[in-house]
Design a protein around this ligand. Structure first.
Ligand SMILES: [Zn+2]
Length: 336
């Protein structure tokens, strides 16, 4: 098994644990103290005792989990240093969704940068990714294969606008993730001049209203349940991907089904989900942007997690980075 250069970070059952700071990063089980990179449910779980994150992430967790979001929260701002024991913590924007951050964790002069999920392309609904020099970089690899080369998001959204203009006897029903993708799609549509009311499935309302409240322009959005199917002809309806093929979706007339996801690059997924209008828009970095980021943060070691680890690890080692997959590392895996 590989050994990492950091001997003060271990993998416990709950997730990555910083020993001198006595905290976890994005733990999957409730813990005493957690650093949270962003509010997606695979990174931010309820019921931790103390959480440290950006203001928006904490507020989004509160919206999603109610009073279980944690017992105590602490906001950390960009340019601020929070010291826990002898560990210095700073945050930098990750460009993934609203409130998403990377953590720079410094102990005895050694700099560990944990990216969380991140992307490099511009997204008007969140702050842009900021590269930071570090010694060890932990990167995600959701789209860490050379075949993933995300197209320009505006070109993808133009396909939707063209379809809306051409097929005006239809209802466009488009699947989007509730946090991040939904609001990014709306923002892109508004910036390309689409001004009509956009109708949302109830599960997308609360978070979208939060975005509007803090000043992100989503234009006119309305809950779809307030309209009859015939009133929704020549309209755009957004819903969670899981609703595209369920009973709820059956009531819409002449529907054209779309799905916005980085996975829409894969033909098999398009077919599986019965999608007529696939839009390849991702909130993760593609292969070239992961490599660009590694170059920008110039670490001596890269640990890879979340996704296609092997190809990226192999490639980085061939470029003389000390690289391994996080789940293959001989961390003292604690069987607690
Ligand atoms: Zn995420």
């Amino acid at each position: 098994m590989t050994k990492t250069k950091i001997n003060w970070l271990i993998k416990k059952k709950g997730g990555l644990y910083c020993m001198p700071g006595d905290f976890f990063i994005d733990p999957i089980f409730p813990v005493k103290r957690a650093l949270i990179t962003h509010a997606h449910t695979d990174h931010a779980r309820p019921n931790n005792k103390v959480i440290l994150s950006s203001k928006e992430t904490i507020e989004l967790m509160k919206l999603r989990y109610g009073q279980n979001y944690c017992s105590q929260s602490q906001i950390i701002k960009c340019n601020e240093v929070v010291k826990i024991n002898n560990v210095k913590i700073r945050i930098y924007p990750a460009g993934h969704i609203l409130g998403s951050v990377q953590f720079l964790i410094e102990y005895k002069g050694y700099r560990l940068l944990i990216s969380g999920d991140y992307k490099r392309s511009i997204d008007l609904t969140c702050s842009q990714y900021e590269p930071v020099k570090c010694d060890t970089f932990i990167t995600e690899a959701t789209f860490g294969l050379p075949i993933f080369n995300h197209p320009n998001d505006k070109d993808e959204v133009k396909k939707l606008i063209d379809s809306l203009n051409t097929n005006n006897h239809s209802t466009h029903l488009v699947g989007v993730y509730a946090l991040g993708k939904c609001q990014r799609l709306i923002s892109l549509l508004r910036n390309l001049g689409y001004e009509k009311t956009i109708y949302l499935h109830g599960a997308l309302m609360k978070i979208s209203e939060y975005y509007s409240k803090i000043g992100i322009n989503l234009g006119k959005i309305e809950k779809v349940s307030e309209k009859s199917p015939s009133q929704l002809i020549n309209s755009l309806v957004l819903c969670p991907p899981s609703s595209l093929n369920d009973k709820w979706s059956q009531k819409f007339l002449n529907k054209i089904k779309g799905y916005v996801s980085g996975w829409m690059k894969i033909k098999q997924r398009i077919k599986q989900k019965n999608i007529e209008l696939p839009l390849v828009i991702s909130d993760h970095s593609d292969w070239k942007d992961i490599l660009k980021t590694v170059e920008d943060v110039s670490p001596s070691e890269v640990l890879v997690t979340h996704g296609r680890e092997e190809a990226l690890v192999h490639y980085l080692n061939s470029k003389n980075y000390h690289s391994s997959a996080l789940n293959l590392i001989g961390f003292e895996d604690e069987n607690e």
